[in-house]
Unconditional design. Structure first.
Length: 272
């Protein structure tokens, strides 16, 4: 299996050739990324990964995979380079010499329909859990509230026995990453942004947990695709790009016809 990361003989390769060993440290999240650096939304990501794995795996016909998440914008610094795009994680169990090697988590970055980075937890390189999972706090519980049943054991066995093959990837819908739209619409944790641009008031609502951002006008909601960082909220749709600085409260709204600047206040709740 020809992977982006070399594992077993990494240290030998360093001493005998010019091939660098993978970093023992985990890759780091990159925060300074423009919206355009992520590329287009990979709507055909299952086919992109299918073609990539067929090419890279020696025994792709018997290799089992499971989707861990759906694509989400992500940027990471690794070995001196920054990789930005849409992250997708798979759990892969490859068959070699007549037996399965065991499940390993694999991390992919897709940018403009190409796999630009492929990492997996090899022992030398650690893939942090949060790189693959967007935590759903509605599913958390206290240890004392764990059900005293064997349902989880049964589900784990079913997951292994019924794992998808690469040929099944086209119709996959990863359940872990899916958030029911009804739940998303009714979820709590919304914050409000009140802005004044050229003497015109605008109101935005966002929820970082659900990755939602929309402009509110009376009963109308105009949705945007958002990116949230510590200091910036960036959002765009087909017509408008918005950048809001959390520290200064400044806002820039750019469309094909105009460019407007203003000031905003971010509130945890409405005034009344």
């Amino acid at each position: 299996m020809k992977y982006f990361i070399l594992s077993c003989f990494a240290f030998l390769l360093v001493s005998c050739s010019n091939i660098p060993a993978p970093s023992i440290m985990s890759p780091e999240l990159s925060r300074n990324v423009t919206l355009g650096a992520y590329g287009d939304n990979p709507s055909t990501y299952t086919n992109i990964l299918k073609k990539y794995l067929i090419k890279e795996l020696n025994n792709h016909k018997e290799t089992k995979i499971e989707f861990i998440n759906e694509p989400q914008r992500f940027s990471v610094d690794h070995l001196g380079d920054t990789y930005s795009g849409y992250r997708v994680c798979l759990s892969i169990n490859e068959k070699k010499d007549g037996y399965y090697r065991g499940w390993r988590n694999h991390f992919f970055i897709i940018n403009n329909d190409e796999v630009t980075l492929h990492l997996y937890d090899s022992g030398l390189l650690t893939i942090p859990f949060e790189y693959c999972i967007t935590r759903n706090f509605s599913k958390t519980m206290l240890v004392q509230n764990i059900p005293e049943t064997f349902e989880s054991e049964k589900l784990d066995k079913e997951k292994i026995n019924n794992a998808q093959s690469i040929d099944d990837m086209d119709s996959s819908k990863p359940s872990l990453a899916y958030v029911d739209p009804q739940y998303q619409a009714n979820s709590l944790g919304n914050k409000f942004i009140h802005c004044v641009l050229d003497n015109k008031e605008m109101t935005f609502v966002f929820n970082e947990s659900n990755n939602t951002f929309y402009q509110f006008e009376f009963n109308d909601k105009k949705f945007f695709e958002p990116i949230f960082t510590e200091v910036l909220i960036a959002a765009k749709n087909s017509d408008v790009t918005i950048d809001i600085n959390r520290v200064s409260g400044s806002i820039e709204m750019v469309s094909k016809m105009s460019k407007n600047n203003g000031k905003c206040d971010i509130l945890d709740k409405t005034r009344f």
